[in-house]
Design a protein around this ligand. Sequence first.
Ligand code: PRX
Length: 649
Amino acid sequence: MLGIFKWISKIGEIMSDDEIVKSEVKIYHPSEDIIKLANVKEYEETYKRSITDPEGFWGEQAETLSWYKKWDKVLDDSKKPFFKWFVGGKTNIVHNAIDRHLTTATRNKLAFIWEGEPGDTRTFSYHALNREVSKMANIVKSMGIRKGDIVTIYMPQIPELIFAMLACAKIGAAHSVVYAGFSSKALKDRIEDAKSKLLITADGGWRRGKIVDLKNIVNDALEDSPTIEKSIVVKRTCQDVDMVTERDFWYHELEKEPFASKPCQTEVMDAEDMLFILYTSGTTGRPKGVLHTHGGYSLYTSTVHRMVFDIKDEDRWWCLADPGWITGHSFIVYAPLINGTTTMLYEGAPTYPNPDRIWEMVDKYGVNVFYTSPTAVRGFMRFGDSWVKQHDLSTLRLLGSVGEPINPAAWEWYYNVVGGARCPIMDTWWQTETGGFMISPYPITPLKPGSATRPLFGIAADVIREDGTSTDPDEEGILVIKAPWPGMARTIMGDDARYKDVYWSDYEKQGWYKAGDSARKDADGYIWVIARLDDVLKVSGYRLGTAEVESALVSHEKVAESAVIGLPHELRGNAIHAFCILAEGNTASSDLEKEIKEHVRDELGPIAVPEKINFVNTLPKTRSGKIMRRVLKAKALGQDPGDLSTIED
Ligand code: PRX
């Protein structure tokens, strides 16, 4: 199939640090085969209509879902920015992700394929998935959970994680999944913020051949938890764990109770009822519980998934992410199931026991569409082409990328080596807050490596100057979304004011959503996302606040003050570099650096550990005491620190 993609080259522009360097941007056009298959055949006209008549567009799309009762109004914008979608509509995401498939041929199709790190596998048809979810739902109910409660889930990537999420949704409880790489302290904070009464967890999970002892972490987190009354523990790794009587219950024992296998009714939910909260990092220290709803989120995630990844009935879809992050919520669990696709979940590390673990699975299961992050791509690339080429990847049709800008070298490798120069790469820009993809190609879109291309239907994305005017081609600016969309977060859990302030206050008059990224738009209208504008770091595609890491650092008794920046890293995109002022009487040493790193690991988890800690005597600050991280960054990169007139010392 080589040569099926033709490319033309033209002089384009790519950014390199502060200067714009003229260089060649290759444009990759889709093949005839891809165009023939495409669910979306045309962009310009449909895009225009979706923006001029969003209610008409989304109302039409919503007909693809099943509703207990249709909506009275598509969009209520009377209380900006607290938009409501499908007002008066009644549904439940599980009604669309499972129930409606049970009366069609999809019932006997594989809903998901799971592979554990040690190589054990389990598969579930939609029929079987319904049985498992109903069982988990009955058990969750038996723990006293009712509609409107929030259940915290802290689990390895095993099937029961998916059952737990769907079980909560089914009975109208909201889930709050906490990524299993987070520490006990981070788990505890998130439980407290959500005021969860129930925790669903496991004894452990497998990672790089070792047991991650989740139950120990949970026991620490729950030691003096004011809200958790009970916890359900799934047996996965089978080591001895401490169970607390009357609080902790083994799932495999509860499963045997006669009530567990009874049918379970799916709760009728209002379209605007809370489906889940998911914590993500922002500018200040406290993580934000981003809230999504049953109606708009169901519609938005399933629509963009079907259109961007051209989902077909016979497809096997694999999103290599962790369900503990939004990518996993939307594109391992909800969108693929709503679309009746076969989705996959893998428990362990992508390059364990060998660097071809993922390609072996693509080959084994005949995966058609594969979606992952640039950091994972760079991780595979480092081991060379031969690990990929040992496997038959001819089933692949489309590839996807998410989490950070993909550097052209990684794009080219992914395209040529993994995709055999035949699979277009859908570089999807989106956020926890947006629910689903916002700026992304469709398969018919000509691609420019490193650009997420253009806004999807219904998404009024633009790049603007601070004064709100649109930027000129290639001028760097602020990425905003100028109209609401159904998948948008509705608020931050328990903090409407913060929601309004963080996302909507800068352009309140215009009613625009500020995404927090800088970007530029080229002459073809292609958007190139550059970086975060705020104090948010993207490390291996994970989102962390500088303030979170700094507060973990200063909670070490020997650290008086700290500042954290992200510096470019070949594999991880960015790596955390910390600058610490030690408390009186302490001396810098490599042992102390190790000790502080260990402390951050305990406080936040392995992803937050700084690559390097620099011990310093002062930190650059403004006269009002704000740390000037840009100065530290410029210095570390050997660049001009810019305007220093506001610096104190
Ligand atoms: O900076 C952008 C970056 O990830 C941020 C959102 O992070 P999070 O909420 O954790 O969600 C990640 C998965 C959706 C964005 O503000 N980002 C995400 N995708 C891309 C990206 N940057 C450039 N290109 C992308 N495709």
